[in-house]
Design a protein around this ligand. Sequence first.
Ligand SMILES: [Zn+2]
Length: 438
Amino acid sequence: MRVKSFIGVLALLILTNLFPQDAVCNRMDTLKTEPVQFDPDLATRQYIDQLSADKKERSDAYFEGGYWLMILDMAAEIAIAFVFLSLGLSLWIKKIAFKAKKKNVQNLIYIALYSLFAYLLLFPLTLYEGFFREHAYDLSNLTFGGWFREEMIYLLLQIVLMSPVFMLIYIAIRKTRENWWKWATGIGIIFFAVMLFISPVFIEPLFNKYVPLEEGPIKEEILSLARANGVPVDNVYRFNASKQSTRISANVSGIGSTIRIALNDNLLNQCTLPEIKAVMGHEIGHYVMKHSFKLLIGFGLILFMGFALFNWAMKKAIGRWGARWKISGIDDIGGLPLLMVLFSLFFFLTGPLQNNLSRSFELETDYYGLNAAREPDAFASVTMKLSEYRKISPGRWEEIIFYDHPSGKTRIYNAMRWKAENLPGTPCQGDTSLTHTP
Ligand SMILES: [Zn+2]
């Protein structure tokens, strides 16, 4: 492989020196009927080789470290369930919560206190993962104060939004008994649908400032791309993600009148216009193909399986250890730490399934973006920029299990193959006998 790629690169170096850039382009334009020699494998390797050895080592280490952190996080979740259930923290907060008179208020207080103590117990790990590790890899621009402020907002949001949801689930357990897990699935789906809808308007502005993008060629090009793809939008926003990190991102979110295209300032500052178009083609694809709606359905099915299993596992566990943990049944709020650890375990084990769902949508919209923006090289070069924190060429199974987006190598190869298939002289462009009416 190495010898082949070396020969390939050498051949290309010689070729590009023989034909200056524009001479090659002119030649391509004149060759309408003869297939052009363009090797997607070689072009992909050329892009990937642009990543210096030390940068590659760094992003590989960052990403692979993430695999171990998933296991560490899972172990930590099990450990805190042990603290709550076996060391008596759950009973202690239950005593406080049960000073209230009404059942629902008791449960609400218990859930809020549980969230607070679970956060505090996990804080050392959160601090390491979210602050020190990010800084060690130069991926965060936040000061400790800035990071801590954001953490407090997350915690508050979690308590304010999640407590009523779990309170409703416990109402479902009391009222619908054997069927509670089906109701809980419905509550979960509705909650995520509401979050999808409100987060661009109410949650994201808590962390970043959104302002209309200034008039100019970038806004024009983005709106043109949106119009061409049937996205009914007339406003584009920019937000100051550079406050948090150097990561590039953009999105198309909202429903109906709240549809909005937003680009982060890293994308605007670090990328060329064709690169911005390539990214926006991808984001518009998510929107046009209704990926958030489809993800919600996929997530709902996963949640349905999950709650069915939780119902079974809760009954088993409470039957066996209920007396020791002083939990009377699944309707006892004292069993929440058990439900939460089952949640974590289930989402940990179904991680590859969720990744595959997400990755298949990302792959689909990569193709959409290539067709919409027609900027394969810009897409490849922006993918190289994302490789700062994503391992660029994983093994086959590594990509299947751990990647929620296609790997850099896959994305660049797809872009180069698109380019090869769309060069002047390839059959669908030169030969009209192959075209057909839709
Ligand atoms: Zn995407």
